[in-house]
Design a protein around this ligand. Structure first.
Ligand code: TRP
Length: 338
């Protein structure tokens, strides 16, 4: 399905990822990228730093997060010679294209966008004025995202559920402009929702999330990972008691981490009272360390040699800009009648 397609993924610089981010977002995005490239498609991946400044006003914090996210993707196998990997803010055409899109974007589209609506609802619940703490960057977020997508004539945008609406808005904006000028100025994108993406439970059984404080880190040292793994909730049943693996949190996390044989081994041990909680936690710990060991070293390397990463991002931007310039020119010619 990705033959000769243009596929684009945006990532927000959210800081050091945990195993839930890795299994639920980073790994699937990279696997998809490889699939696209192997099928002769084009893969764009960028760090959405213009989006990030809506929330993060401290440039030092922002830069640290950007640095971390870039190194994470490289450490886990993003190949900058194949994927066009860049920083959103290095593509000067994006804000210009965004401004043109504004003129064709119904305000109602922004009113109904989830990210904005969530903030509005929070304000109302807290008895605050509707607009409290909401800046125009957040409000118009989907138009900038539409520019990210439409700039590169993207065919497919892989997304999580929460981003489907944003891709639909991009498509609708493109449709409005094309209809107005009665020509195919902008390519209509589609979203791709991967149904098989893992939702990894955290150490307390809720979805793993930094905001719940229940994460297993990946780029920490072994001791820290061990501490998190050993604090996964268990009960006081003895080892000999046969257990249903599906009810055991350690097993649930293991399923996303280990190979099918290893998972079957753990299931067998639990069902037959041959593995205790200490055993399975050690198995999980080994599984996690195996999964990330090599990448951890690469991550350290890139963090310490960020100038190399910087050069890759610049190169990526240089590859992306000509396409962006073409789209901008097409739009300018149409809207200004040149
Ligand atoms: N909004 C996306 C997120 O929150 C990030 C993003 C920005 C993006 N621009 C994009 C994703 C364009 C895909 C395409 O994760």
């Amino acid at each position: 399905m990705f033959e000769n397609k243009i596929v684009l993924t945006g990532v927000k610089p959210t800081g050091t990822p945990h195993i839930g981010n890795f299994l639920g977002a980073i790994r699937p995005a990279l696997q998809l990228g490889h699939q696209v490239l192997d099928a002769g498609g084009k893969h764009y991946m960028f760090i959405a730093d213009y989006h990030a400044i809506n929330a993060e006003k401290d440039p030092q914090v922002l830069n640290q997060k950007l640095k971390e996210i870039a190194c994470v993707y490289l450490a886990f196998g993003l190949d900058p010679n194949r994927t066009i990997f860049y920083r959103q803010s290095d593509i000067y055409q994006i804000p210009e294209i965004t401004t043109i899109l504004y003129a064709y974007t119904p305000k109602g589209f922004m009113n109904k966008a989830h990210a904005y609506k969530a903030c509005l609802d929070k304000n109302r619940e807290a008895g605050k004025p509707d607009d409290d703490g909401i800046n125009m960057g957040l409000y118009t977020y989907p138009t900038l995202m539409a520019a990210d997508i439409l700039t590169f004539d993207t065919d497919i945008v892989p997304v999580g559920k929460d981003q489907v609406q944003h891709v639909e808005i991009a498509r609708d904006i493109a449709g409005i402009i094309n209809a107005h000028y009665n020509q195919k100025l902008l390519h209509l994108p589609e979203y791709y929702l991967d149904q098989n993406v893992a939702v990894v439970p955290g150490i307390d059984g809720r979805k793993m999330s930094k905001s719940y404080g229940n994460v297993i880190p990946i780029f920490a040292d072994d001791k820290e990972i061990k501490k998190a793994v050993f604090s996964i909730k268990t009960d006081s049943r003895p080892m000999e008691e046969p257990k249903n693996p599906e009810e055991i949190l350690v097993y649930q996390v293991y399923k996303s981490v280990a190979s099918a044989d290893k998972v079957a081994e753990m299931a067998y041990g639990l069902e037959n009272g041959k593995l205790g909680y200490g055993h399975i936690k050690n198995m999980l710990l080994d599984g996690i360390i195996d999964l990330v060991k090599e990448s951890r070293e690469k991550y350290q390397y890139y963090m310490e040699h960020f100038e190399e990463v910087e050069a890759m991002l610049e190169e990526g931007a240089a590859k992306a800009r000509p396409h962006a310039a073409k789209t901008l020119e097409r739009l300018r010619n149409a809207v200004f009648g040149r």
